[in-house]
Design a protein around this ligand. Structure first.
Ligand code: GUN
Length: 303
């Protein structure tokens, strides 16, 4: 038996359609659209590629999109002043500073400078705190965990009382998704274990999981014998393991591999997300959802 593939590329289309409809309605009634600024410092190729995808999606949805590209040697003070300018701009509902930043800039200081009510990445400590409290306190869940939870919800799998094992304890994925699946809410209410590099017997914990979320950044870490038959396996890893020439474009492209040994795992799991085309496309989708939500807060119509 092979697992049902849960594709982010498919779920993304459904959510983007929902967003377009809402944007149109709001534009008609209030004469305003969601505004997103993407701030890119320097010319890191991966960052350029991510930012371009964000810009393209925002434009597709009819958002106002400002691309603010800054040189690698911009001072921290100047970057802080730019953020302050967007904090004060009522037509901007989401401020995204693409990470990583150059070494001479203190990333924490930059994240802290973003108005938490425009922090559509959900990285500001205020939004992390809101996430911990849960329920109506949550304004902007971080985009990757929000995408993971959306995939779980839309699969129809029972989460109440389910054993969820998260491998990885980063702030923006591991810790955040653990907190979200723990809340007493639909699509959550699970028993959550967080495993990490200090965990003694990783396989033992993984084998207990009804829902296994792997965000370790280690290609092929999870072996098929670590998976409970029928489990939902969510692979957050996007590891570059080499390069090849694309048959379509003739250009050099990265070969990507997830944290799960996919070919073997899909024979054991009940549901599985592929890499690429799994969690990845959901992250940008949830960024758009958060930006729309931010406008709805401004208008006093957010639920
Ligand atoms: N760099 C890699 N992923 C992300 C993300 O989700 N948000 C931001 N701001 N930077 C990133």
């Amino acid at each position: 038996m092979s697992a049902k593939l849960i594709r982010g590329t498919e779920i993304r289309e459904l959510i983007l359609e929902e967003i377009v409809i809402e944007v149109e309605k709001i534009k008609k009634k209030y004469g305003i659209v969601p505004g997103l600024v993407t701030i890119l410092v320097g010319k890191n190729p991966a960052s350029i590629s991510y930012v371009n995808m964000k810009i393209k999606t925002a434009n597709q949805l009819g958002f106002k999109e400002i691309q603010d590209n800054q040189p690698q040697d911009i001072s921290e003070k100047k970057l802080l002043a730019i953020i302050e300018k967007y904090n004060r701009d009522d037509s901007i509902h989401g401020i995204l500073v693409q990470l990583p930043l150059p070494k001479h800039i203190n990333e924490k200081k930059i994240i802290h400078a973003i108005n938490p009510d425009k922090d559509v990445d959900g990285f500001h400590p205020v939004n992390m705190g809101r996430l911990m409290i849960g329920g109506s306190e949550v304004k902007f869940p971080p985009c990757t965990p929000a995408g993971i939870q959306e995939m779980i919800r839309r699969s129809g799998i029972e989460t109440k009382g389910a054993e969820v094992v998260v491998v990885g304890r980063s702030n923006i994925v591991g810790k955040a998704i653990a907190m979200m699946m723990l809340q007493k809410e639909p699509g959550a209410d699970s028993t959550v274990t967080v495993a990490h590099t200090g965990t003694k017997d990783l396989a033992l914990h993984c084998r207990r999981a009804d829902i296994l979320i792997v965000a370790a950044g280690v290609p092929g870490l999870v072996k098929p014998e670590w998976i409970k038959p029928g489990a939902f396996v969510i692979d957050v890893g996007i590891n570059k393991v080499g390069e090849k020439i694309s048959e379509k474009t003739g250009k050099k492209v990265s070969i990507l591999k997830g944290d799960v040994d996919f070919d073997a795992a899909e024979k054991v799991a009940g549901y599985i997300t592929p890499v690429p085309g799994g969690v990845g496309p959901m992250t940008i989708t949830m960024l758009m959802k958060n930006t729309l939500k931010s406008l709805k807060y401004q208008l006093g119509i957010a639920k």
